[in-house]
Design a binder for this molecule. Structure first.
Ligand code: CXA
Ligand code: CA
Ligand code: CA
Ligand code: ZN
Length: 318
């Protein structure tokens, strides 16, 4: 379990219990489903938050994924914060308007095996990947331009090991299947996406596989919309906005697949701290959880508000 100074973080059982409590507290606003099993057979939970939650209404859908990288435990707390704010604070008009007009999906812990492994001994192991063989870096295992461009490793012991094939990891494959299942009547219902990571305090957008601002399937207007919305979100949380590849080239990342495969407006947030020495940046003490997750409230609301038509951010219509 988490060591002292970190007991405010949720382990897999605590996270699961919190999701189940949320559904009990808000049965018309929240519903819980497993989208399948991790490599070691843990349920990968997805919570849906919306009014009339039991009905699939024709409202823009938004997906938040947290805990893709095992050691990035603060991101799990970020998803739980969004859930809490959109259910416990539902009476707040600004919140109610968003929850009533969108269907929000949250996967608070995409990599439960890795997260549990990282804390299993009572001291942090600095583990990043899943627990399949020597571990696959889930954020190099997605199937858009998988392994194309030197943005991942083919060595299984590497921290950026891309796996044996696109979606060779059950965890990425289950999110893929879920997102594919949200194509209804030929149209992808999920319009916007944030993949929460830590650390460095960045707002990132596609593509990661190329340094070019535009490329196949991402034209100048779309690049401008990504930049504009990315900058507006960064203005609310003080993160640095940039294209993913400005950081370094990555291939097989979640953002590139969400946009490349489904034209979902996909962002990656790198959370607090802005910098750190080595592993300690991944392990801020639990005293920062409240402030560092609430720090993203307005950015999340901004993404939600544009989810009916992101192009509106550059004055275009959908
Ligand atoms: N969270 S992190 O330290 O692993 N950094 C992320 C950064 C990242 C995320 C998405 C596209 C490009 C780069 C990573 O996957 O390398
Ligand atoms: Ca609804
Ligand atoms: Ca719907
Ligand atoms: Zn990460």
């Amino acid at each position: 379990d988490f060591p002292s100074g970190y007991t405010g973080y949720h382990n897999y059982a605590e996270m699961t219990a919190e999701l189940q409590q949320t559904v009990r507290d808000h049965p018309t606003l929240a519903s819980l489903r497993s989208i399948g099993k991790s490599y070691q057979n843990r349920d990968i939970w997805a919570l849906k938050v919306s009014d009339n939650v039991a009905s699939d209404e024709s409202e823009p859908e938004v997906l938040f994924v947290c805990g893709q990288h095992a050691r990035e435990h603060l991101t799990v707390e970020q998803c739980l914060q969004i859930i809490k704010r959109y259910t416990d604070n539902y009476a707040t008009p600004a919140v109610k308007n968003l929850v009533d007009s969108r269907e929000v999906w949250l996967v608070p812990m995409m990599n439960p095996d890795g997260a549990e492994y990282d804390i299993a001994t009572g001291s942090f192991r600095g583990w990043r990947k899943n627990r399949q063989g020597n571990g696959t870096d889930l954020n190099r295992n997605w199937g858009y331009k998988w392994g194309c461009c030197g943005g991942s490793s083919g060595t299984s012991t590497s921290d950026t090991y891309r796996g044996t094939a696109a979606f060779s990891a059950p965890e990425t494959a289950r999110i893929r299947d879920f997102v594919n299942s949200r194509v209804v009547g030929g149209a992808q219902q999920i319009k916007t996406f944030i993949d929460f990571h830590s650390y460095s305090e960045l707002v990132l957008w596609p593509y990661g596989y190329t340094r070019a601002d535009t490329d196949t399937g991402l034209n100048a207007d779309e690049a401008r919309a990504f930049q504009t919305l990315g900058r507006q979100m960064a203005a609310t949380n003080g993160y640095t906005p940039e294209q993913a590849s400005d950081l370094y080239i990555t291939d097989g990342s979640s953002d590139d697949w969400m946009w490349g495969q489904h034209k979902i407006w996909a962002f990656t947030f790198e959370m607090y701290p802005a910098s750190g020495s080595g592993l300690n940046g991944f392990y801020p003490r639990d005293t920062v959880i409240g402030t560092q997750t609430a720090r993203n409230d307005r950015a999340v609301d901004l993404l939600m508000s544009y989810s009916d038509c992101v192009k509106r951010v550059i004055g275009q219509t959908c």
